[in-house]
Structure formats: C-alpha cells, structure tokens
Design a protein. Structure first.
Length: 127
C-alpha cells in the first residue's frame, strides 16, 4: 500500500475515533474502516454527500463531479504510469482486463491531466 494511503488511513482512524466520541451512545460499532457519522455502514447517499463536500472544498462545482470520475482517473493515471493492465484490473476488482481496457483505460491525456490536477486540489499534501 502506498505510504500516502497508510498516512491517510492513520489520520482517518484519529478522525473516526473523534466522531465515535462525539456520537456517544448513538454510535453503533460495526468494526468498519469507513462508517457513517454514527458508525453504521455507508450507503450511496452517504458517499455522494461526503464526495460533494470534498469537491466543493476543492473549489469545484459539485454537480460536475461524481465518485466514478475518481475511479476512471485512478485507472488512467496508473495506466499512463506503466502499471500492467492485469494489475490495474485486479486493483479495481475486475475479473478480467476487458472492462478495464475498454471502459476505463481509453482516457485521453488532457482529461487525465485535468483529473490529476483536480485530485491534487482535493487531496493536497500536508506541508
């Protein structure tokens, strides 16, 4: 796992512990890494709402972005960086490389660059 992801998960654990304390008796422990504000499993509404907040915080128009763009960007950036298609397919949970190649990897360079810049704005490196 990339160091950046490990650090993000450590920070997330601290944040989630704070949310657990804030929720008090409302917290429902499910042993989840990613949970709602009260410890319950996330659903698509929770994810979209949190994603919109992150996009807005990055100064973008929330209605122009959806979580799927991050998946496309992830595949495209890995592909452009020379990661083998088979490895990318496994990372995104595809049973073969067909969907990975036909649906995700066909991104053009300007779109990938815009998405990478946007991801940098959404998830800036700590100074």
């Amino acid at each position: 796992m990339p160091t950046r992801c490990v650090e993000a998960l450590k920070a997330h654990r601290i944040h989630q512990d704070a949310r657990r304390n804030l929720a008090g008796k409302r917290w429902r422990e499910h042993g989840l890494v990613f949970a709602s504000e009260v410890g319950t499993p996330l659903d698509s509404h929770n994810v979209r709402r949190a994603f919109r907040r992150a996009v807005k915080a990055a100064g973008l128009v929330a209605k122009d972005w959806a979580p799927r763009e991050m998946r496309h960007s992830f595949v495209s950036v890995l592909s452009a960086s020379g990661v083998k298609l088979e490895d990318i397919a496994r990372l995104v949970g595809h049973s073969s490389t067909t969907v990975t190649e036909t649906v995700y990897r066909h991104q053009i360079v300007p779109v990938m660059q815009e998405a990478a810049t946007t991801m940098d704005n959404i998830f800036p490196m700590a100074s």
